[in-house]
Design a protein around this ligand. Structure first.
Ligand code: ZN
Length: 379
């Protein structure tokens, strides 16, 4: 089976990304397309199908086919005439500018494939499926991704890798690279105004903590790694880890190299550490990831808390953070620990399970503990 996606923006101001999916070598009378319900890195349901608009399927003659939904994340296509080619079209509303979501307008096309690239059921048959993603974008746009791109086209046989690889196309990007041992690192800075970034300051610091993290682990699960930094004009702080890249969204951009600089380094180091701790080594309940249901684990304090501790500690050991800066990070965690009555209510293990219901929001006061804070203190 071959899944041939084309991604474009017919009307960029609408914030809709237009997706066409051509299915070739079809041999089923019923085709089921599935969209992930959550994304690795955020252990709660994302319900990405809420952004899917105008879904339809056409046969090889262009005739609309019957489509039924049995639940919020599957689309069943009735291929009664046994067509070998089916064209699916849908739009994705991309209006959430954070490190794990999608945003598209006149200046940028940015998406995390886990939000909008559907897969065909059964999904355990990955090896035989070929995924092609063609980006139909303006000529002057640059493409940023850790996937291999040839003439605006990405080819993959690995759905997991595809979902783990955000894709950005924009003219508003500047990049630099450096090498540590045999590993190559890229730093991309995306902003309408490049005047707020100072690569001369950034580069030596990134080199130092990268080297320290590599020394800590010995070797890396990648050959190339991409730090993808979006600077926004308003206050923001978010990072998402992947095996071969991270997306960081931070702002306000005019504070990037001063007030926010420690935070930028903190997220970058944390997310790089995740390339090992969660992307390579992770609870067996998440191996492989099941994108269609909760992946419960009690070990959130290891994959988030230990990452928080070592992210900061290795910044300190690399000389990028002073002792005071490192202690400030630890002090912040201790403060939150002492002030949170949730430690008398729910264990760390249960709070890890419950990220799926309240891990990223405060609903009931003093009900839970933070896997980040407690895990960091434990480490
Ligand atoms: Zn993390």
């Amino acid at each position: 089976m071959e899944l041939n996606f084309t991604i474009t923006q017919k009307n960029p101001a609408s914030r809709y990304i237009n997706v066409t999916l051509q299915l070739q070598n079809v041999n089923q009378k019923r085709l089921t397309l599935l969209l992930p319900r959550w994304r690795p890195g955020r252990y709660e349901m994302g319900h990405f199908s809420k952004n899917i608009q105008n879904f339809r399927a056409l046969d090889s003659k262009g005739k609309q086919m019957l489509v039924m939904k049995n639940n919020a994340y599957t689309w069943e296509i009735f291929n009664d005439n046994s067509d070998t080619t089916v064209l699916v079209e849908y739009n994705y509303y991309a209006n959430e500018y954070n490190a794990g979501a999608c945003f598209a307008n006149e200046d940028i096309l940015y998406f995390n494939p886990v939000h909008l690239l559907m897969n065909i059921a059964p999904t355990n048959d990955h090896q035989k499926t070929k995924y092609i993603i063609r980006l139909d974008i303006p000529k002057h746009y640059k493409i940023i991704t850790s996937l291999k791109v040839i003439k605006n086209t990405i080819t993959s046989y690995d759905y997991d890798e595809l979902l783990d690889s955000p894709i950005i196309a924009t003219p508003y990007v500047q990049s630099f690279s450096y090498k540590i041992d045999e590993y190559k690192f890229y730093v991309h800075h995306i902003d309408l105004h490049q005047k707020y970034i100072d690569f001369n300051k950034l580069k030596p610091d990134f080199e130092k903590f990268t080297k320290q993290i590599l020394r800590f682990w010995g070797n890396a699960p990648f050959k190339e790694y991409h730090f993808i930094i979006h600077s926004l004009p308003y206050s923001y702080y978010h990072g998402v880890e992947h095996l071969k890249n991270t997306v960081i969204v931070i702002g306000p951009h005019h504070q990037l190299m001063n007030k926010l600089y420690d935070e930028l380094l903190g997220i970058a180091s944390h997310e790089l550490f995740h390339a090992w701790n969660i992307k390579t080594i992770r609870p067996k309940q998440m191996f492989p990831y099941n994108y269609y249901t909760e992946n419960y684990s009690e070990l959130g304090f290891i994959y988030e808390g230990f990452t928080t501790y070592y992210g900061d500690k290795l910044l300190w050991q690399s000389g990028v953070f002073s002792t005071e800066q490192f202690f400030r990070c630890i002090n912040e965690r201790l403060n939150r620990h002492y002030l949170n009555g949730g430690k008398y209510s729910q264990s760390l293990l249960n709070s890890s399970i419950d990220t799926w219901v309240d891990g990223y929001v405060n609903i009931a006061p003093h009900k839970k503990v933070s896997i980040y804070d407690e895990g960091c203190i434990l480490a």
